[in-house]
Structure formats: C-alpha cells, structure tokens
Design a protein around this ligand. Sequence first.
Ligand SMILES: Cc1cc2nc3c(=O)[nH]c(=O)nc-3n(C[C@H](O)[C@H](O)[C@H](O)COP(=O)(O)OP(=O)(O)OC[C@H]3O[C@@H](n4cnc5c(N)ncnc54)[C@H](O)[C@@H]3O)c2cc1C
Length: 457
Amino acid sequence: MSGILAGISDARLYSACVVVVLYLTTCAYFLWPRRRPAIVVSGNNHATLIAFASQTGFAADLANRTAQSLQAAGAPVMLASLQNIDERILREAKSALFVVSTTGEGDAPDPAAGFVRNVLDSSVPLKELSYGVLALGDREYDNYCAFGHRLDQWLRHQGATALFDVIEVDNGDEGALRHWQHQLSVLSNSPDLPDWEAPRYERWRLTAREHVNPGSAGDACFHIELRPQADASASWEAGDIAEIDPRNSTWDTRLESLPHREYSIASLPTDGAIHLLVRQMRRPDGEPGLGSGWLTAGAKIGEDIAVRVRSNPNFHAPETNVPLILIGNGTGIAGLRALIKMRIAGGRHRNWLIFGERNVAHDRFYGEELEQWRARGQLERIDLMFSRDQPERRYVQHRVRECADELRRWIAEGAAIYVCGSLQGMAPAVDAALSEALGADTLEELAIAGRYRRDVY
Ligand SMILES: Cc1cc2nc3c(=O)[nH]c(=O)nc-3n(C[C@H](O)[C@H](O)[C@H](O)COP(=O)(O)OP(=O)(O)OC[C@H]3O[C@@H](n4cnc5c(N)ncnc54)[C@H](O)[C@@H]3O)c2cc1C
C-alpha cells in the first residue's frame, strides 16, 4: 500500500487510507477470532488515537472501553493495535492514549514487536502530541509495567507532552482503572462519565468539617474528618487515596449512576479518621462540584459517606531512611501531610517541605502543626511560598530554583522528591525547575529509581 501511495502528494488522502486500514484491522481484531464487540471507530485529525498492545486480550478490552467512554462523551476516537501504528500516524495525532501490557522480562506483547523494532528504536519528532499511558502489569514480577514506562520515556524524548503520569495497573486493579477513567473525564471535559465498575464502598461518618481559609482569594477549602463505621476496614498508608461516592448528593439528582471522586488522604490510621482537605469547586454554570459540593456543604455532620480507600503504592513513603523533599501547592498539602506524619512516626526527621499557596494571612493550611514539627526538629526545613504577598508572583518552582545547591546536596545524600498538588501549572513548572537544578538525565534516573514521584491532579 505504501508503494501505491508514494506518488500521491495529498496527505489527507493518505490519512484517510490509514484510517480505513486501521478501522478494518481493528474491526478484524475485535470480531475474529474472539468475537469481541466491535465499536464504531471514527477517525479524523482531531480524533484521540487509542493504541493498545495486548498479550492476552485484556489491554485490548480496556482500550475498547476507553474508546467507548470517550465516544459517549462525544469525543472522536481512532482505535488500533500498536502493530498497526507507524511513525506517520503518531506524527499526525494530536492526542493519544496507550493501553499497553508488559510480558516476559519486561517486554512488549508479541503483536507490538514490529512497533518496537520500527518505531521505538528510531527518533520521531512528536512535539504536537499529548498523550497518556495505561501500563498493565503484575507487581509480583521484576520489571513491573516496564514496557509502559519504556513507551512513556520514548514519547517524552520525542518531545511529546504527558497529559498525566503513567498509570500503573497491578493485576487489573479496579482502583487504578477508575483513576484512568478520572483522566478520561478530564480529557473529554465530561465530569459525569459513569464509572466502568462502581467501587465497593464502605460506610464512614462525617464527624468534623472546618472551613480553613476564610477570606482567601481562592475557593473555600475544608478540613474534613471521616470515621469508620462497623463494616469499614480502616487501614491505609500515607499516599493513599479516598474514593468518595457523591451519590447521596442533594445537589445533583440528574444522574442515576454518579462517578466516584478521588481525594488524597491527609492522615494516618492512628489518627482514627480519614482527614481530607477539599476545595469547593464550582461548575461553569455556578453549580457546586459533584464531589466537593457534597463533602463541603451537601452532607451534614453525622451523616454517612460511602468511601473506598484506594492503595496508591507509587506515592507511598520511601522504605528506607533516606531524606525526603516534599513539594506541593494548594490541597496538595493533604498527601504531603500524611507522608510527613508517617515519617515522624518512624523517627525519620530529614524532611524538607516546599509548599505554595496565595496569602499567608488566609492560606496557611495546617500552619501551626507544621510549625510545631519544625520546632521539634521533626521537619528539618520548611519553605513556604505565598504567591500574592508581594508585587511579583512567587511560586514553589521559584524556590526550587533558588535552592538548587541545597537540593543537589540532599539528592547526593540519597533524598527522594515527592510532588503533590496541581497538574496544571505547578507540576510541569516544578518538573522544569528540578530538571534545571539537577539535570534532565539525573531527574529521569531519579524517576526510574522511584526517587521522584508525583501525585498530581
Ligand atoms: C489522585 C487525586 C487526588 C485528589 N486529591 C484532592 C484533594 O486532596 N483535595 C481536593 O480538593 N481535590 C482533590 N482532587 C480533585 C477531586 O478529585 C475533584 O476533581 C474535585 O474535587 C472536583 O470534583 P467535583 O466533583 O467537586 O467537581 P465536578 O463536578 O467534577 O466539576 C467541577 C468543575 O471543576 C472543574 N474541575 C474538576 N476537577 C478539577 C481540578 N482538579 N482542577 C481544576 N478544575 C477542576 C471541572 O472542569 C468543572 O468545571 C484529587 C484528584 C485526584 C485525581
């Protein structure tokens, strides 16, 4: 086919042919021999490419569901096995989602061998491409999710922009798959996309709620406490996520099946309660956000909330007593607070917090507690950045740049860096500042070694 097309200059004709070929091969994949349900595949330049690499069919199924979710949200999609993807398709795509398994010794699934040989070993300029990776694997094996990470690294090196960090799925973990669905709802701007599988919620009671930033220039934030009821298993680790069912919401009766919402847990089981720090969001029409509206205003104190704890191993504290640099903004302090508490409980005091909000007068989340930890020597260093307290805006990334020498010293001493907070703005700016301070190669090595981790949303 490429020979026939070589003489045709019209790139659009080529694209159309490619789409037809993808459509036919994808239909063939789903219809034969497994007789999977075929989906309507619509292809054009604005379509999100959904590419899968499947050994047993699981990645193909998830890619199919991904396509269906985006289509339900009105987003055009182009679904294809990685074996049918070439450089040109990647160059023409504006956004792509990759659903890929890892097999053997960290290898790509067999059908993707040609893609690995022909594409991953070459260099393709992909500055226009935004992408996300769902990496399927099994934590029991070495090289967990290795192919997903290899693909992610290759895409970054080609200049493509990650929409979010690689989502690892251990053995089909439903919580991780719901996190992927959260990203699909953000990508398609459809916050009401239903969950593929509703979480198995447990009952927790709303026992405390405090407005912690009255007078703030930002939206209201609430410290929230949820205590386990009879059936709830109150075990989690710092870094884990609470999935909340906004089903009881009196704010929104339009939907039968409401999607879960995710919040970083700010406490430890020894606190006896899940603490959350929730910012009250509003939809463009002024309606309260589904989850944040329910937690911060809709639910009454003493009311039961359906909660499921999602393990988030990628953001668990380092296992050894290495120094820890914690960087974040806004409600990102929630996940960092749990990590600091855990470090202190383990007698690990080499902790350095770099945290940003708007005004010191209104936005010192957990300010007294942080100060106490510093006074007791449990938090070695705190750098607070209040962006609006001086004429020029100053953010955490500025502090990272100013502290480059000290950061390099901590890294030389084996420190890990954990970042929690805004995916828009903060996370990429901090990433760029760290890359400047430490060098892009070092930062990549730290990420591979699990010493640079992020929980950003
Ligand atoms: C891993 C993870 C951890 C999170 N931890 C926290 C946390 O600790 N505290 C917290 O307050 N939130 C946290 N969030 C965000 C939270 O899950 C919800 O997205 C947020 O509360 C808005 O949901 P909603 O149902 O209230 O609003 P929706 O009904 O979804 O919509 C509200 C409006 O806000 C916009 N919107 C939705 N999400 C965001 C966002 N993240 N940033 C900017 N605009 C948005 C939508 O476009 C919409 O217009 C976390 C998200 C993830 C994925």
